[in-house]
Design a protein around this ligand. Sequence first.
Ligand SMILES: Nc1nc2c(ncn2[C@@H]2O[C@H](COP(=O)(O)OP(=O)(O)OP(=O)(O)O)[C@@H](O)[C@H]2O)c(=O)[nH]1
Ligand SMILES: [Zn+2]
Length: 185
Amino acid sequence: MSIDDMTASFEQIIRSVGEDVTRDGLEKTPERAAQAFAFLTEGYNQNLQELVNGAIFPSDNDEMVIVRDVEFYSLCEHHLLPFIGRANVAYIPNGKVIGLSKIARIIDMYARRFQIQENMTKEIADAVMSVTDAKGVAVHITANHLCMMMRGVGKQNSSMSTSVMLGTFRDSQPTRNEFLQLIRG
Ligand SMILES: Nc1nc2c(ncn2[C@@H]2O[C@H](COP(=O)(O)OP(=O)(O)OP(=O)(O)O)[C@@H](O)[C@H]2O)c(=O)[nH]1
Ligand SMILES: [Zn+2]
């Protein structure tokens, strides 16, 4: 990722809207915007193994583990505008558990890319499954999309929910229901 290239692109965008990129307030904006965008897309520079950093621990607990209400900020791949929400992630351990913070790091790694919510939900579920070998993984995300709020159809109060169920959560209705009840509570 080249900050210089992005800086030049933001300079061009600012010019294209008819602004004077040399005026005091905007002088450093192209580079600031490039740095901000680099941060918001840093998920492209991360990979799962490095991010988890070996934080997988043996455990004979085989009850559902849920990490709830993890906030995230992503960018929709259609408009590059933010969508903002919360993710709930559950898994049923199969001899090992993952470090708690790593679930949040996995969510951020996929959020900090150009995304649609459905794909992000699936990518998080697949990633948690691949690093934990869990009996089952469930991911549920609710988000507000600014492309639908500050432009376009202009709906301020609608939110979108997506979920992906793998393994036991897909096969067993009671397990799926327990998850849905726990995230509602
Ligand atoms: N399924 C899904 N759609 C999304 C997501 N983020 C944005 N969109 C939608 O992507 C669609 C793109 O539609 P287009 O008609 O190509 O673009 P547009 O003319 O800007 O559409 P409007 O937003 O309706 O003005 C819109 O319906 C958006 O609401 C997402 O995460 N998931
Ligand atoms: Zn959008």
